[in-house]
Design a protein around this ligand. Structure first.
Ligand code: SF4
Length: 467
């Protein structure tokens, strides 16, 4: 019987099975940011411990950094304290910090891949739920909490429950105007936001095989929104081409040796899966969330559900989401007026996302009542986009062009919704209050759909714009 990639990588990193039945798993790469690390470093300091493997630990700042005015000290005292704590901790414990002004600064899940730190076969941990992004490379990438950040800093190990594997095969050509974001939103809609609990999601099929690494990252990024602890894609030539020449990737003969080993990690053809699901990509349409979790979505040409027509158990949740969002049962999602358009986040702020959004806004104007902003995922993405003139395309259309960071994905920096504003967002969470206003409303969609909504001032079908 063959093995899945998850089993192979898991076995290679297992230190031992603990009496609890958990695995003590060695972590190959630990990514650190300013929000979930201060107490973890403090715990080490109190006990007089060191970081066990500083050479496997890298830090950056993303969640709390302002994207417009970066002068220190920040006006937000709490944000300044977090920044100062990370700087002090990295200095004291010998951890490299990619700080503001560094070309490698950016959202932690963008900079890991773009520097070549993220590689197939690694176990990766980071104190952020969307660490699953790195699974696009065939890594087992785990989002962890602050106490586990402490554990990994001190021991380079995690105690973790074994996972089952659900293979999700996506086949067929993606229709015009339908993107990786729509595929993952459709998967979450079908399997539910808790459908992946206890599972790793293996994304396979010819659609995924044709996807770029950026698209695969978008898919894996949102695995956690479907309840899966990790999501991954088996490494292939697309993966290897992406990694070759990157700063932390092996070079020369070492790259060839690594490529052979990486290839051997892919799930075997006769591997056994705990579950198997298929999705027809050719039948998908652009997806928009209408509710307060990423599973509450519809195709852009569909209507918002009517609770009374749903199974009894689902009705309270649907009613609550409709009340919060202020939508009527059965109304169309197309035509919903927006106040803010946000293109950014670790889901969709890579260069290819910005290129596709720029293709839509080029030569057009943002609707007068819409505040629109583009926040590149990293300093490197920002500069690459500027070299292509994308910043000018966005500025001329009426978008704000910002510095790299998490920005309006969550309300921990100055970029926040106000009051009941409705935001068309390329991010990954539409929870109540997620974007900084306790009553703010988030509609998740692809960056192309956000761009189209910014121009129209309301949700529109991007298929009517893209060629
Ligand atoms: S962009 Fe959003 S989801 Fe991604 S790391 Fe930042 S806050 Fe988390």
């Amino acid at each position: 019987m063959g093995k899945t990639l998850l089993e192979k990588v898991w076995d290679l990193h297992t230190v031992r099975t603990l009496p609890t039945g958990q695995t003590q798993l060695f972590i190959g790469l630990h990514l650190v940011h300013e929000v979930t690390s201060p107490q973890a470093f403090d715990a080490l300091r109190i006990r007089g411990w060191n970081v066990a493997f500083p050479e496997r630990t890298f830090a950056t700042v993303d969640h709390i950094v302002p994207t417009r005015e970066r002068k220190r000290p920040f006006l937000d005292v709490m944000a300044e304290d977090m920044m100062a704590a990370l700087e002090r901790n990295c200095r004291e414990f010998g951890v490299p910090l990619w700080n503001l002004g560094d070309e490698r600064q950016g959202i932690v899940h963008v900079i890991g891949p773009e520097t070549g730190l993220t590689q197939p076969g690694l176990t990766i941990a980071c104190g952020d739920s969307h660490t699953s992004t790195h699974g696009a490379f065939g890594a087992i990438a785990l989002g962890i909490g602050t106490s586990q950040v402490r554990d990994v800093l001190a021991t380079q190990c995690l105690a973790i429950e074994p996972l089952r594997v659900r293979r999700i095969r996506v086949n067929g050509g993606l229709p015009r105007g339908v993107y990786a974001k729509d595929v993952i939103l459709a998967i979450i809609r079908r399997l539910g936001v808790r459908g992946g609990v206890g599972y790793a999601y293996e994304y396979a099929g010819d659609t995924v095989g044709r996807m770029s690494m950026d698209e695969r990252m978008t898919m894996c990024n949102m695995s956690i929104e479907g309840g899966a602890r990790v999501g991954y894609v088996n490494p292939d030539e697309t993966t290897f081409r992406f990694l070759e020449g990157r700063r932390f990737a092996p070079a020369g003969d070492a790259f060839d040796a690594a490529r052979a080993w990486w290839s051997s990690l892919a799930s075997d053809p006769d591997a056994r899966y705990d579950d198997d699901v298929e999705l027809n990509a050719a039948a998908l349409t652009p997806v928009v969330t209408w509710g307060t979790n990423p599973g509450q979505s519809v195709g852009v040409d569909e209507s918002i559900p009517v609770p009374d027509e749903a199974p009894e158990a689902e009705r309270p949740g649907l009613k609550d989401a409709l009340d919060y969002m202020g939508f009527k049962p059965g109304q169309g999602v197309e035509g919903v007026k927006i106040d803010v358009a946000f293109i950014g986040s670790c889901t969709n702020a890579r260069l290819s996302d910005l290129r596709e959004a720029a293709r839509i806004v080029r030569g057009r104007r943002v609707a007068p009542h819409v505040k629109a902003l583009v926040v590149p995922g990293s300093a490197s993405v920002l500069h690459a986009a500027e070299r292509e003139g994308l910043d000018e395309v966005f500025r001329e259309a009426g978008f704000d062009w910002r510095e790299a960071g998490c920005s309006m994905c969550l309300g921990m920096n100055p970029d926040k919704l106000e009051g009941r504003q409705v935001c068309a967002s390329s991010s990954n969470r539409n929870f109540k209050g997620r974007q900084g206003s306790p009553t703010g409303r988030t509609l998740l969609m692809s960056p192309a759909m956000v761009a189209a909504a910014a121009l129209a001032g309301e949700v529109v079908d991007v298929r009517e714009i893209v060629q």
